[in-house]
Design a binder for this molecule. Sequence first.
Ligand code: AMP
Length: 703
Amino acid sequence: MGIRVGIDLGTTFSAIAKIDTVSGKPEIIKNSFGSAVTPSVLCFQEDGTILFGEDAKNMQAAGDTNTIAFFKRSMGKEQFSIDFFGNSYSATDLSAIFLEKLKEEAESQIHEPIDAAVITVPAYFSHKEREATIEAGRKAGMEVIATINEPTAAAFAYGLKRTGTEQKILIYDLGGGTFDATIAQISDKEICVLGSDGDHELGGKDWDDCLARYLATQFFETYGQDLTEDPEIAASLLVTAESVKKQLSAKTRVTVPLAYKGVRGAIEITEETFESISEFLMGTTKDVTNRLLGSLEMTWNDIDGVILVGGSTRMPMVRKYVETMSGKKTLGGVNVDEAVALGAAIRANITEKGEALLNIGGKKGKEQELNTGLSIQGAKAVMDVTAHSLGMISESEDREHYINKIIIPKNTRIPAQNTVPFAFRTRAAGNELEIYVLQGEFEEPMENTVIHKYVVKDIEKVDGGRSIIEVTYAYSANGIIEVSAVQKETGNVLPIQIEPVPEDMSWVQHSPKENMENGDVQPAKILLAVDLSGSMYGDPIEKAMEAMENFMDQMETNGAMVGIIAFADWTELVLEPTDDYRLVHEKIQELPRIDVGGGNNAEPFTLAYDTLRASEIYESQYMVVLTDGQWYNTTVAIQEAKKCHAAGIEVMALGFGHADYNFLKEVASIEEFAEMTDLKGLSGSFSKIAQVIGEGTGNLKIR
Ligand code: AMP
């Protein structure tokens, strides 16, 4: 049986670590060059061999074009592919090859097989990037126990010493291209991540740019030549700048020889100058950290210490700046390049609750039986949070645009789960619901990443047409997202199909209303059926008209089509459903002058059925019946109402005065759609109906 390791799969360098079974301490497995870190580089050769690490980096430096680095940046990107000698590789393939080599080399160093690993990922990594990392680990022949966030892994490594107290620690992670700030509460028993925030376009690269700009300006001012006008020279200036930057981490002054168009010169830069020209970048890390503190309702006073992680924290200015901004000493004792792998090794050998999975100091270190309470140093339970919000594309309330409706907010403790109900109008067949899962905080859907398209199938047609689909998002401790759906009325767990996210998502740029007009979603059709028997005359009809006018105001934002039926002794279609709202208002005002007799002999359902059915099939059809008395022939009315229900016409019955509540419940599609009110409450009741109709037609994109 093999051992479990921790792997820091880095953009530029990677590291692998295990637990020493005698001391219980995590330790780096050095590579064959005796180095703790291995360059994340591969070199493909014509004879089929693949070099990695130092060897590949040397080939790259020698100008071999069959080398590849920085593949971590393309993890999870479907469009990324690169060819070497007739074979094409995705970023996952490249990571898998690299991980397999890293594993094999480590195995030959420690003379033990490696079975499983915890692989670290940046906190900002999306769902797809995490899945791609797990896939790469599996392809490399390892069980991937979990992926954990790099700052969390670092917190493990720094939490080796048992302090007996609970501390809130800021993990300040400044790498080559990204910055992440994480706040974790660390006790002897657990690491509880409270939240993280970051700027993923800020890192060592920006300091290089800043330094290159300075060198170019100085060279121009002193020697009159512009190094930036030639792209090749500008590119090599960036390489020089990175090297100067690293030198400035070790000494206070560097002289940089530069030459262009036959002009040779030297520019001197001091640590002090470097600090002052790049101070604004440090300021950005402060803004991000303050934003994180603010979102957690904390101040600097709540922070007990700061851990520095990432290659760029080797710049002396970072330590100085962080100590000044926090008023705290940064915690030391762990090598910034090794911390993440060491932490991952601890996590790989404990359960989620922090119990050791390894015998320490036993007769045979290889024993793997679950053995709780033993001393892997730094073993703790870990509780992490979601790095991004998870949402779905839905319609804004006014249906003017699509929005990102957040289901699981950023920085929610994981595992996390949330269920939201969505109204869905069912038809006789072909009921499917499309869910576009978004990752990100922006309200505008396409500013986030669309990580999946799910299609919920087999939604059954329900009486009344309107069904509630309960959609659940679950985020596992491993960073994996699962979506499930249940139809409330039937209790059925609905089958869900994952489909590729379409390349053309331009429909999101249109308003839901426009898409509706393009035939995507049809507007609701509503018939208002008003009882005009004698008892309605005077105050009741005035109040009913007022309530209908208010109702119309709400309906207009929905793009619904509204028609009117009058009934008493006979029925009349006062207005075919229309979205000419001016006409609807006019007809409402004409109601008192319409003659349909004075008694209660008629019922409006037959006419409603014929009116709505005569037209093409609409997504949602509603009938709102308003009455103040008892009808003569209730049997026929109920029978005709049921015909409407079966045809998917949603019937809502609103009564007042002498209306019979039990009768209203019979004619309404569902009991909740029957309501008794009084003249004062009419407007409120209509308003509620408008809301129900709004929900039934909106919210989720339904095709
Ligand atoms: P990481 O992504 O954590 O490996 O960090 C890589 C970044 O750290 C790159 O921008 C490097 O230029 C930077 N870096 C590495 N070593 C040093 C150093 N000694 N001084 C300043 N920056 C460094």
